[in-house]
Write a protein that binds this ligand. Sequence first.
Ligand SMILES: C[S@@+](CC[C@H](N)C(=O)[O-])C[C@H]1O[C@@H](n2cnc3c(N)ncnc32)[C@H](O)[C@@H]1O
Length: 196
Amino acid sequence: MIMERLAAWAMERFGERIEKELAAAKRQWIAPLRGRVLELGPGLGTNLPYLTDAHWTGLEPSQAMREGLQKRGAPGPLLAGSAEAIPLPDASLDAVVSTLVLCSVADPARALAEVRRVLKPGGTFVYIEHVAAPTAGRLCLQHLLRPACALLGCHPTRRTGDMIAQAGFDRILQEDLPVRGGLLLPHIVGRASQGL
Ligand SMILES: C[S@@+](CC[C@H](N)C(=O)[O-])C[C@H]1O[C@@H](n2cnc3c(N)ncnc32)[C@H](O)[C@@H]1O
C-alpha cells in the first residue's frame, strides 16, 4: 500500500512533464483507436484525453490510483485487477492500450498472452513503454537505477520490445521514441495486431 501511494504521488508530481514528452506519440498512436478499448494500468488517466472517441474500460490494480482516477472522473468502467488476469471474455475488445505499464507488471509474458486473448481478430495492442538500454554501458547505468525504481514497482532493464515481438502477434510496427532522459530510459512506441 505504501508503494502504491508512492507511485501515485510520483505520477502526480512528474506526470505532467512526462505527458508533454509523450503527447505527440499519443496523438499519433492512441487517438485513432475506436470501439471497445481496454486501458491497462491507466493510473491517473493521462491517456483519457486521447480516447474520447472510444468506449473506454480501465483495469487498474492499485486502489490509490483507482481512487485518484474516480475523483478525476473515469469515462467508463474502472475494473480492479491486473493485466496478468484480465477479467474480460475472449475476443471482446477492439484495442488494448498500455503506457508505462509493462515495466511494472509482475509477469509481462502472461500479461501479453492475456492481451492477445481479449483482442478480437483484427484487434490492436498499442503501447508506449520504457525498455532496457541497447548498449552495455547504458545498461550498467540502468542497473544502478534499479533499487530506486523498485520502490515504484518498476523494472528499468526489461526487454519489453523483445517480449512483445515474441508474444505471437501477427504484425508489429514499433519505433524508438526519442524523449529527454532517453539515454537512461529509452522508450518505444508500437502497435501489435492480431490477424483477421
Ligand atoms: C507508471 S504508471 C503509468 C500510468 C499510466 N498508464 C500513464 O501512462 O500515465 C504504471 C501503472 O501500471 C499499473 N500496474 C502495475 N502493475 C500492473 C498490472 N499487473 N496490471 C495492470 N496495471 C498495473 C500501476 O498501478 C500504475 O497505474
